[in-house]
Design a binder for this molecule. Structure first.
Ligand SMILES: *Cc1c(COP(=O)(O)O)cnc(C)c1O
Length: 447
């Protein structure tokens, strides 16, 4: 098996040569405990040495199948060749000037690309930052500045980051908010469309419920922005019922509210479209992107309607590192790679494989209450037998089994009962099927 698109020439196979974790990882884990804050989380007990195509190789030589892509970041694979070359050339030319001091072309080019690729053919502007949370914070600054209003509407199960404002926008207490208050004010949380758990409400009914909350709690004419993930990420890959997003967008339009789509996890081909908004045919006013944008280098962006983006006073947006030149050339290389490899169709292929395999597993294991998601963003939600009660214990056992057998998978969900799959587009069909075989064994072993 060879990786689908370049990358380091790592054998594309699952192979465990030591116990997990191996001796070198055990030793490093002790150093980690002594040096790194215990507050920093950890999924796998092994340390990475190399990664590419569809595998992550640890320092003991174990090769894991990567169904996480660094949380939806390395969508084109790790150390993707165009990215490597672009960064190597840039790092030797200059590493930093600060765009707001001495600008450079690659920043402008990334903004041009974002304006071209994001939904809608209206005039757009973009601004670049370092992390997803920072992009969200700036989208809120921009929306408030444009509308001269303050209230922000967010949804149940939402995840928007870990800074003070973005924690406030995030729904889940543990682990994201616990003991970290007080939180920012003027944030209003309204019901989400979650077909499995809201009695199967239609998108329109669910939107009505959300809108009624907004009208009653805020008053529409005081709301600066409605902020929503078109498919929720950390919340458990919740896909709202058809019509939910368009109805909310329509309401925002009628009431002068800025509609912000958080596409930080869903963006850049991940859902089998360049952006998840396309599945519902909606054009948001502002969009935040990060994760998949730059092949693993830290970069994020806000892109949107020129009149909104330009409403901020000069100097109101910026930051020392935002749109760092290494990250910008990496983004240009990553976007070029996604177009060359046709990442959108590769993720549609991954969706087709995963969906049919997972449906077969669900027939054997009805405690998989739902398979959902799009493209390379698919999840399964576990419930206890004969009920709709979330089964977090089963979920963590399945994840642990997969990790011990060489498959890197992630969990998610408000109730910690969702396994989410985020493979890189560069994973081979054979590797993906091998990972799904392990998942199938994990389901049998934990039944
Ligand atoms: C990851 C994520 C963020 C936060 O991005 P960071 O780069 O971790 O700050 C925000 N929104 C969504 C939907 C995300 O998945």
């Amino acid at each position: 098996m060879t990786p689908r698109i370049g990358g380091p020439t790592l054998p594309q196979k699952r192979e465990l040569v030591t116990a997990i974790p191996g001796p070198k990882s055990v030793e490093l884990m002790a150093r980690r405990r002594a040096a790194v804050s215990a507050g920093v989380g950890g999924t796998l007990p092994v340390f990475a040495a190399a990664a590419g195509g569809g595998v992550v190789v640890d320092i003991d030589g174990n090769s894991f199948i990567d169904l996480g892509a660094g949380i939806a970041v390395t969508n084109i694979g790790n150390a993707s060749p165009h990215v490597v070359q672009a960064v190597q050339e840039q790092v030797a030319a200059f590493t930093h000037t600060c765009f707001t001091v001495t600008p450079y072309e690659s920043y402008v080019q990334v903004c041009e690309e974002l304006n071209r690729l994001t939904p809608g053919d209206h005039e757009k502007r973009s601004a670049l930052f370092n992390s997803g949370a920072e992009a969200i914070e700036n989208s809120i600054k921009i929306a408030r500045s444009y509308t001269r209003r303050q209230k922000i509407v967010v949804f149940e199960h939402a995840y928007h980051g870990r800074t003070n404002l973005t924690m406030s926008l995030t729904a889940k207490n543990m682990p994201y908010k616990h003991n970290f208050g007080p939180f920012a004010g003027d944030v209003y949380r309204v019901p989400m469309s979650y077909p499995l758990r809201d009695g199967g409400r239609s998108g329109l009914e669910a939107a009505k419920a959300a809108i009624s909350h907004i009208d009653k709690e805020c008053g529409a004419d005081t709301v600066a922005a409605i902020l929503i993930e078109p498919i929720q990420g950390e919340g458990g890959f919740i896909v709202p019922a058809d019509g939910f997003l368009p109805a909310l967008l329509e309401y925002a339009r009628q009431n002068g509210i800025v509609f912000i789509a958080d596409e930080i996890q869903t963006g850049f081909a991940r859902t089998g479209a360049w952006f998840a908004c396309e599945h519902e045919g909606i054009v948001p006013d502002l969009m935040t992107t990060a994760k998949g944008i730059a092949g693993g280098l830290p970069l994020s962006a806000v892109t949107g309607r020129a009149e909104i983006m330009d409403a901020v006073h000069a100097g109101g947006l910026g930051g020392t590192y935002g749109g760092n030149p290494l990250a910008c050339v990496a983004a240009l290389a990553a976007i070029r790679t996604m177009e060359e490899m046709n990442a959108v169709s590769m993720y549609k292929n991954i969706e087709a494989i995963m969906w049919s395999r997972l449906e077969a597993m669900q027939r054997q294991h009805p405690t998989i209450a739902e398979i959902r998601g799009r493209g390379g963003m698919i999840a399964i939600e576990f419930v206890k037998s004969g009920s709709d009660e979330p089964d977090a214990d089963r979920c963590s056992k399945v994840a642990k089994y997969c990790h011990e057998h060489g498959v890197l998978i992630l969990t998610a969900g408000t109730y910690n009962n969702v396994i989410r799959f985020l493979p890189p587009a560069s994973i081979s069909d054979a590797l993906l099927n091998d990972a799904l075989d392990v998942l199938n064994q994990a389901l049998q072993a934990t039944a």
